[in-house]
Ligand binder design. Sequence first.
Ligand code: BV8
Length: 247
Amino acid sequence: MLAAYERATAALAKAQNVLVLTGAGISAASDVPTFRDAQTGLWAKYRAEDLATPEAFARDPNLVWQWYQWRRQLVREAQPNAGHYALASLAQAKAVSLVTQNVDDLHQRGGSPDVIAVHGALFDNHCLNGHAYQAETDGLESPPECAQCGALVRPGVVWFGESLPEHALQRADSAVRMAELALVVGTSSLVWPAAGFAESAAARGIPVIEVNPQATPFSPQATYHVRGLAEQVLPALIGTALESPTT
Ligand code: BV8
């Protein structure tokens, strides 16, 4: 009887069209804290969920802006880890649709060619009226004003209570429909509607491999739950799958 891990590896070796869903856990080894981790230093007294909202920005734009500036600097200093690189190598051998909830740029810097970022991008900016803002903001302690309309500029991420970008949603939905296997990595599966992608994939009856050191609300629906760290499990799982003869 093949252990679950061997069966998961065999299923990954066989699949050609792979959906990968990642959350903050895949960046943990790059020292980018997840939302679940208590925040550090100045930010220890705040909950991320309370800062990542339009209401928080309206109430105290400088505070929320400075939180994002702190996170941007943290991500600039971070490096992709073995988990990011393993997913990039998978994309060289198979048709991979990488859907991430993360707003860092580590998948891109780790070599993944096409990242569907359903919660936006940490380094993007636009004003409150939606005008793109291209000027450099590094080092600014307060949000600048839009050159076109004067409205405050905010980070280009999806806040709680905001809709996900339609184009990213459509691409993610299509990827769920096309997938022959799903790899769900480093997400607590608590944030919706992104958590629904893994559920929809499982409902299609395709093999779903969850990689997480903890159990999550999604775990009972996973075909295989590989309990471990993405930076350790992914290089081994993907490395072995890519060496195996695909049937
Ligand atoms: C919306 C960008 C409404 C910002 C983020 C049902 C349907 C629809 C909405 C809702 C719903 N129920 C509730 C809602 C509202 C809300 C929601 O889901 N709330 C939750 C808290 C219950 N959803 C929304 O508001 C969404 N918008 O639906 O709008 C609407 C509808 C129609 C019309 C108008 C409006 C928007 C949600 C997006 C919020 N933005 N990020 C920013 O980054 O600043 S979400 C943010 O938190 C992250 O992007 C991530 O997706 C999420 C969770 O963060 P973390 O917990 O840190 O990460 P993760 O969940 O991935 O957990 C870490 C995991 O990693 C853990 O499991 C851990 O065990 C594991 N791990 C740790 N180390 C490792 C590891 N795994 C592997 N290896 C390791 N080394």
